[in-house]
Ligand binder design. Structure first.
Ligand code: FMN
Length: 251
């Protein structure tokens, strides 16, 4: 959806064609992942308000298959950062087989096989991020003052990880509407390879932890529209049961 030049917001719960964004749409379209934060405390009352937005998320069968852990201790966050870098370096030692001919011969085939087994994790984008984390050129938790862990209860009906994603997005949008910045961090899965962190965060059956949110006051103005792929959407409309039309969404 194109941003309207007139920035007056439309009221909620009304619609007419061509109207400006309402406040909810504004937050959805202007939200960006924030990775640079001010060294300023986020009050507990504000964090609790954001957790409420998560708590009220819809879930299959109203199972609410999630548990929150809020981390505000800078020393713990620093330890998480250090340990994630350590694990990433170890991981890269095994999987980055392009560094030298011997490694290529010894590690090439098993790593290529692994790439097929876990294509999501070893996709070029996370792979590139892993390389940068290992070299210390990019932080994992971006020196955020707050981390919210979103544990998923595997016993939820349907697809608990989808419920948790909806819950997390509720918190992300609420946080942005309140002036905070957030970013999802999937790289927390690396930390889950260490028993001490699983124990510390209570990630034992039936809980898993695949993603967390970092949270803080944004430094600089990062909000704004960001490009997305045009989607080819199939429409099945009344009166044409056998046929469908494909329309380009986002132009
Ligand atoms: C489930 C999930 C995991 C993510 N993990 C990371 C991460 O580990 N590190 C990071 O910097 N960004 C992470 N991101 C942020 C994405 O890179 C970002 O959402 C995407 O590039 C689109 O940019 P935008 O959020 O600014 O619109 C993650 C996003 C999602 C939804």
């Amino acid at each position: 959806m194109k941003k309207k030049p007139d920035t007056t917001l439309s009221p909620l719960y009304t619609y007419h064609e061509g109207m400006n964004w309402n406040p909810v749409e504004k937050v959805i379209f202007e939200r960006r992942s924030i990775r640079v934060f001010k060294k300023k405390e986020v009050p507990d009352s504000l964090i609790k308000r954001i957790l409420e937005a998560g708590r009220f998320a819809p879930s299959a069968g109203n199972c609410q298959p999630w548990k929150f852990v809020v981390i505000k201790d800078p020393q713990v966050i620093e330890q998480m950062e250090r340990d994630t870098i350590r694990i990433t370096r170890l991981l890269m030692w095994f999987i980055d087989y392009e560094r030298g001919p011997v490694r290529r011969i010894l590690l090439g085939t098993p790593v290529r096989l692994l790439t097929r087994l876990v294509p999501n994790m070893l996709h070029p984008i996370p792979f590139n991020l892993l390389q940068r984390i290992a070299s210390g050129s990019v932080p994992v938790y971006h020196n955020a003052p707050v981390i919210i862990l979103l544990l998923v209860d595997k016993r939820g009906v349907g697809t608990p990880s989808l419920d948790a994603g909806i819950c997390g997005q509720n918190m992300v949008l609420a946080a942005h509407s309140l002036g905070l910045g957030t970013c999802w961090i999937g790289m927390i899965t690396l930390l889950m390879k260490m028993k001490k962190w699983r124990k510390r965060f209570g990630v034992t059956y039936p809980f898993t932890l695949d993603d967390c949110l970092i949270l803080g006051w944004p430094r600089g103005d990062y909000d704004g529209e960001i490009g997305r792929e045009v989607q080819l959407v199939e429409w099945i409309r009344e009166g044409s049961p056998q046929s469908k039309t494909t329309e380009r969404q986002g132009e």
